[in-house]
Design a binder for this molecule. Structure first.
Ligand code: SF4
Ligand code: SF4
Length: 531
């Protein structure tokens, strides 16, 4: 594994434009900046083509002989199928408005991490093979040949894009470079060029229903462990059910919340909240993953993984679905689900059984975000909350890229935090809400071998946290995404030591006064409550 550079080394970023034109800059595959290639077995599990053992640091990537034909044919098919892709290939005027909006460019200074140039890596091939000007004028028209090095460059830089869509907010033409990355990754996948940190979880989810590959009994025992923890802290025994046919609601969480701290505390919050309001709901040990790493692979793979949630809802005969604090689950749900697997007409339009609120926004998907559900409970006065139990926390909120830009969920989490905590401080305006900065590890990039990339990509987010940490004494970064809960703790430890990471529903669990509870002396982490 590459040696982790010190913060002062990473902060010395060179933004000086290079002396050579971008097409003349040779690719350098640098350790610490990429993830290991997908394993043969992982790709075989989901019937992906060209599964083989290969390594990004070896010269020979063991490509099939006709690899160029495969890529160009794949590109032609996608230009035909996705109008957005064709438009994004044609309409960029290279105004540069997006250039300094990508956290990976800000953290590396590498021009090929400017969104405009990232897309040009693909666009230059499009021009050469699919436009008359490119065929005739070549480089003069911004076209170039598809070579082995170009392909490697695609792999390196399209796995240095977290598909966060921040650049699209600033593009006057609405070009979404994340969509370009999605197509580029699809093309790479035709040649078996995925990364294992994505391909492994995809294979696990396909076989076992969750990214971690957990068996049903492991899921059940993990939740039972959390049930015991809740009882120890509150004196209340919550009793979740599993795979229960006829339950009103299916609850689907990201599997990370069941296993890794601090996600487990968020999971305790879910269990406590549902128990307290007497919700008729069930967990599933089959649809045991809200997240969707298929989305970082191809539209088709994302569709296959998303389908299992609906198949399970049908099998159990529930009326509708609540989803936990996850990022890409919600982007998939709001932007793509209805086209892929919808409409879910066998389910009912969600109505809260506690407040009678109809979630009209979930008419097509029949799936409600836990923050929407909880904010409504609070607004209707259905929860007894004591925010002073969170008085040891000075909280700021990180908008996950997917929930903010992918579904516009901006106010509900803030409303919940303000009702469960007395101390809340926003980071600067240009780093939150639609303009939020990525954690630096989204879209399947939260591996350990690419830690330098993650620390660099996470620098703009960390910088904004540092600002409120120094100005207001913020010591807790709240979020509604399981990847954030995994990615932000090392980022904070590196750039802003002293700031922890929490899910919003953990804050709810702390503040929630449950019927029949004993006197609490600690929060959900077992830390003493403030006096
Ligand atoms: S802002 Fe839009 S049009 Fe301008 S360079 Fe970026 S992608 Fe192209
Ligand atoms: S989608 Fe995000 S990571 Fe990708 S180029 Fe745009 S800003 Fe950068």
């Amino acid at each position: 594994m590459a040696k982790e550079p010190k913060p002062e080394e990473i902060s010395r970023i060179n933004y000086q434009p290079p002396s050579k034109e971008w097409m003349d800059i040779r690719l350098e595959i640098r350790e610490g900046m990429f993830c290991w290639g997908a394993k043969e077995q992982s790709l075989q599990t989901v019937d992906f083509p060209n599964a083989r053992s290969w390594s990004p640091v070896e010269e020979d990537w063991k490509l099939p002989e006709n690899w160029k034909d495969i890529v160009l044919k794949g590109m032609a098919e996608r230009l035909e199928r996705y109008r957005s892709f064709k438009i994004f290939m044609d309409i960029c005027v290279r105004c540069g408005a997006c250039a300094d909006k990508c956290h990976f460019f800000l953290g590396t200074g590498d021009p090929k991490n400017m969104p405009v140039l990232r897309a040009e890596l693909l666009r230059s091939i499009y021009r050469k093979d699919f436009t008359r000007a490119g065929r005739i004028l070549g480089r003069l028209a911004g076209a170039r040949d598809l070579t082995y090095e170009v392909l490697k460059e695609w792999w390196y830089y399209f796995y240095q894009c977290s598909e966060c869509r921040r650049c699209s907010v600033f593009c006057p033409y609405g070009i979404d470079t994340a969509e370009v990355t999605i197509i580029a990754r699809e093309l790479l996948n035709l040649l078996g060029l995925n990364i294992e940190w994505i391909a492994g979880p995809v294979a696990n989810c396909f076989m076992k229903g969750n990214h971690l590959g957990l068996e049903p009994h492991t899921i059940k025992s993990s939740l039972e462990f959390l049930v015991d923890e809740i009882e120890e802290i509150t004196g209340v025994k919550v009793e979740p059910t599993f795979n229960r046919k006829g339950a009103e609601i299916l609850f689907v969480a990201p599997s990370g919340d069941l296993f890794a701290d601090p996600g487990t505390y968020t999971c305790m919050g879910y269990l406590m909240l549902f128990h307290e309001i007497g919700l008729d709901y069930t967990w599933s040990t089959y649809a045991s993953e809200g997240g969707n790493f298929g989305f970082f692979t191809s539209n088709e793979m994302a569709k296959r993984l998303n389908a299992k949630i609906y198949a399970e809802a049908k099998r159990l005969g529930v009326k509708w679905i609540i989803g936990g604090e996850c990022g890409h689950m919600w982007r998939v749900l709001n932007q793509y689900m209805d086209t892929w697997n919808g409409p879910a007409d066998f389910l009912e339009e969600p109505v809260s059984p506690i407040t009678n609120t109809k979630f009209e926004n979930a008419k097509a998907t029949k799936m409600v975000h836990i923050s929407e559900f909880t904010a409504d409970l609070i607004k209707q006065g259905k929860l007894n909350l004591d925010p002073s139990r969170n008085d040891h926390l000075k909280v700021t909120f990180h908008d996950s890229c997917n929930t903010s830009r992918g579904m516009g969920l901006l106010d509900e989490p803030r409303y919940i935090i303000k009702n469960t905590c007395n101390y809340f401080y926003e980071m600067p305006d240009n780093t939150i809400r639609e303009k939020t900065f990525c954690c630096g590890s989204g879209s399947g990039l939260n591996a350990s071998e690419n830690m330098e990339l993650r620390l660099r990509g996470g620098l703009p987010r960390a910088n904004a946290v540092k600002y409120v940490h120094e100005k207001y004494g913020v010591n807790m970064l709240a979020c509604i995404c399981a990847i954030d809960r995994a990615a932000l703790p090392p980022l904070m430890n590196y750039w802003v030591p002293g700031v922890g990471v929490t899910g919003v529903t953990e804050l709810v669990g702390n503040a929630l006064i449950m019927k029949g509870e004993g006197e609490r002396t600690t929060d959900l982490r077992g830390e003493d409550l403030p006096n």
